[in-house]
Design a protein around this ligand. Sequence first.
Ligand code: SF4
Length: 115
Amino acid sequence: MTDPEILKAFKCTGCGECCRWSGSVLLTNSDIAKIASHLELSEQEFIDHQTRLAPNRIQLALLDKEDGSCSFLKSDRCSIYETRPEQCRSFPFAWSVPDGCPALDTLLTPQKNIE
Ligand code: SF4
């Protein structure tokens, strides 16, 4: 999924599907500061209660629920949408994207049909 035109045309519909995929939502220092402030927590409180060490052992990631979905997904919506992490904002750029994102699948369908 590298076609820049397709990436440019992508518009998130907020369906929450990608928030249910397993994997790590990696956090930048700026993400931590913004989300902690949004939740009215200190950065340390946010780190202690809402994050885990990512498999790369050099970054923090958001906690997952038992089913693998993001802990901030509530009623099929991101509960921190205004301050969601950069990785989420830049979807699908930094993601390993399987089928299942309705907006992306719609864009990719014509391309798949001619491959
Ligand atoms: S932070 Fe929000 S947008 Fe990002 S994966 Fe979690 S629920 Fe989805």
